[in-house]
Design a protein around this ligand. Structure first.
Ligand code: ADP
Ligand code: MG
Length: 681
């Protein structure tokens, strides 16, 4: 079995290389095989220099006719390569004297790289090059390029693969999904495409062999989620009696009718809670669709059954806002709420901890501070997590473990306003049940979005002036590329100064991540009460903040933000009855992708449509943010490209799950490494 054979048996693998391979999660011979090429390079032909275009990657062959140092902003070596048809520059920023000499001394050199527009015309930066004065045949097949790590070159990796492919011929892998081409043939071809292979298909990633492997990988992934789901179904939880008078009273006192979608979701949740295994439900609903009341009803329902609820929000501002809303809704019912955040310390904190422990608080609201060691719940029955994508899986687990007493698990409701395209939900959250609020409360107005160059800032400021003169409020959001609180806060402070000067009649407030908690709470209060007209903010206001009288939001450097984030920010307005506007400022020149993305924002208010477009433009990894993307790092599958495989994947996984768990183990072993904590969910 290849899984029992260590990489150290291969030629050229000593302890140091073995250690480097382990950083790529490669330990045994099978791991080598399933470390798949990232892409292919076509080095089978020599291109004439005169035929090379900008952006083209090509093999060129010729003589170096000059090589001189250049002293610009960065010292570089510029060599000139000439063939019978023309000349091209080769530029090196890191080079040695010896390299310079060897380049100059070579009769005939073969280079490989991407042509771009440089200071001297067409140039190739850091081409790979080799001396072919003694003639050397070109490769006959595509050259695979592997994801590697420092210290393992492509050449070295290929040498390892070749050895394992030879071994594979005598000890083939077992066929786990016996459909179409065999796994052994597929691996041979993908690592070592034959001369007659369909080059275009391989480069585009839709060769039958790649599809076969992607299918297997997706089945492995989906099956592991089936496993997780199965474990949950085997766990025990407290089953709730049907909601009764308190829930009814809460809903009756709201002052609005629940939408059809909200009512449906509540029924779905009730049905989960009535069972004696834990609920694990993802609640999706666009910004402003009214998820908070759903959380409140579920929490009251838990209380009616003598159990506590923990509500965790990703930011202090949002947690604080929930605290306010919950107090307003639940105090009349006599329900007590405890409050925990990183800023609550000392005596105050001890008191809150006491209330949580002795059960005098029935609902506990907070940030990630909820899962610190000394937080002990009396009887936790329900965990609600708001804006889930901001929390890592392990934070969710920590909180869940707290509630697990004598193998009785809390129910979990996970809410997200980041719309996740259906294809992704099926794949990523196959272990969860999904509810969707697909309807906004009545009377909402559409937000009109305008995309403007930041040279038009003056006009935008005038618009704020006129909006606020009419009693409306506005946000001005400062953003930066770097995820730096300090820089972003500084930018916001500078903008505050500028706007205070140009808009002397307005009351302008500032909120950013580096302010003290009390200051933030104070300014949010003033904004809510209408005592601040314009709120200059960083992206801390991104999630959840709810001030219906705000009808204009200006977002600076919008071209740098993801669509999901822009949609979240825009969701701060259009919450009341007035017509609302969103102005997306950008800095010229705008790249092609940015243009497309801002156009998507301009043309649509539909979070799900935007998410689908975002998926097309950027791919799933970025869509869900870097924190989540770990879950999406497939070796070969690409959820956009391979989305048509997904229905079949689901069928196959479920079938395997019913009939052949051993095969699933092997599949998972081939394709994924599940973090230990995940396997305990
Ligand atoms: P989100 O889903 O973005 O968390 P919220 O729960 O903050 O949305 O709700 C947005 C606003 O809509 C809140 O002011 C809330 O009280 C209000 N709201 C929720 N449901 C309804 C409804 N059915 N009818 C009218 N207003 C509602
Ligand atoms: Mg919310």
């Amino acid at each position: 079995m290849l899984t029992n054979r260590s990489v150290s048996e291969l030629r050229g693998v000593g302890p140091s290389i073995a250690e480097k391979l382990s950083r790529l999660s490669i330990y045994n011979l099978q791991d080598i095989l399933f470390h798949l090429p990232l892409r292919y390079e076509d080095r089978t032909r020599i291109t004439a220099i005169s035929n090379v275009n900008t952006g083209q990657t090509a093999v060129l062959e010729g003589k170096i006719i000059s090589a001189r140092f250049q002293y610009g902003r960065r010292r570089s070596l510029l060599a000139c390569l000439e063939d019978d048809t023309g000349k091209i520059g080769l530029r090196f920023f890191h080079f040695t004297k010896a390299q310079h000499n060897s380049l100059m001394g070579t009769e005939l050199v073969r280079i490989f790289g991407e042509a771009r527009r440089g200071a001297s015309g067409l140039e190739i930066y850091h081409p790979q090059y080799e001396n072919v004065s003694v003639s050397k045949p070109l490769p006959k097949t595509l050259t695979p390029v592997y994801p590697t790590t420092d210290g393992i070159s492509q050449g070295r990796y290929r040498a390892l693969i070749e050895q394992v492919l030879t071994i594979l011929k005598v000890s083939p892998l077992i066929e786990l999904i016996a459909e179409g081409i065999s796994i052994n043939e597929a691996l041979q071809l993908i690592h070592n495409p034959p001369v007659d292979a369909d080059v275009t298909a391989l480069i585009e990633g839709n060769h039958p062999v790649q599809r076969k492997l992607a299918f297997e990988e997706l089945v492995a992934h989906h099956s592991s989620l089936c496993f997780l789901r199965d474990q949950i179904n085997k766990q025990r939880a407290v089953n709730f009696a049907a909601p009764s008078s308190m829930c009814a009273k809460l809903i009756a006192n709201l002052g609005f009718e629940l939408t059809k979608a909200q009512q449906r979701v509540l029924l779905e949740i009730n049905s989960d809670l009535s069972r004696n295994n834990p609920m694990l439900r993802l609640l999706q609903g666009d910004v402003g669709s009214g998820k908070t009341i759903i959380a409140a009803v579920a929490a009251v329902h838990a209380h009616e059954n003598g159990l506590q609820t923990a509500l965790m929000a990703p930011t202090e501002v949002l947690a604080e806002q929930h605290l306010g809303t919950f107090n307003e809704w639940l105090a009349p019912l006599g329900i007590k709420i405890a409050w925990l955040s990183g800023k609550i310390k000392g005596n105050v904190r001890n008191k809150e901890l006491q209330k949580i422990k002795n059960g005098s608080a029935q609902i506990i609201i907070g940030t990630h501070a909820l899962f610190q060691k000394d937080v002990i719940f009396k009887r936790l029955g329900l965990i609600i997590i708001d804006e889930q994508h901001r929390f890592g899986v392990h934070q969710r687990l920590a909180l869940k473990q707290k509630g697990t007493v004598a193998h009785i698990n809390p129910h979990q409701l996970i809410m997200t306003a980041t719309p996740i395209p259906r294809t992704l939900t099926m794949t990523l959250y196959a272990d969860m049940d999904v509810s969707m609020i697909d309807e906004l409360p009545p009377g909402r107005t559409k937000v009109t979005t305008t995309v403007l160059a930041d040279t038009r800032r003056g006009a935008v400021i005038e618009r704020i002036q006129s909006q606020c003169a009419r009693g409306k409020q506005a946000y001005w959001v400062c953003t930066l590329i770097e995820e730096s609180d300090v820089l972003e806060s500084t930018a916001a402070e500078a903008t505050l100064t500028e706007l205070t000067k140009t808009l002397p009649k307005l009351s302008i407030g500032l909120i950013h991540g580096r302010m003290k908690h009390a200051e933030k709470a104070d300014i949010m209060d003033k904004f809510k009460q209408g005592r601040v007209d314009l709120l200059v903010a960083t992206t801390v206001i991104e999630v959840g903040v709810d001030v219906p009288n705000a009808s204009l939001i200006v977002i600076e450097n919008s071209e740098r933000l993801g669509l999901a984030q822009l949609h979240q920010l825009r969701g701060r307005v259009g919450r009341g009855l007035t017509e609302s506007h969103c102005v997306l400022l950008y800095h010229s020149p705008l790249g092609e992708l940015s243009k497309r993305r801002l156009e998507v924002m301009r043309s649509s208010n539909d979070g799900f449509f935007i998410a689908e477009e975002d998926l097309k433009i950027r791919g799933p990894g970025e869509l869900l943010g870097s924190k989540q993307s770990g879950a999406l790092q497939f070796k070969i599958a690409d959820l956009t490209r391979d989305s048509d495989l997904l229905p079949g994947v689901k069928v196959k996984s479920e079938q395997l799950f019913e009939t052949d768990n051993e095969k699933i183990d092997m599949l998972i072993n081939r394709w994924t490494s599940i973090p230990e904590e995940l396997s305990q969910v």
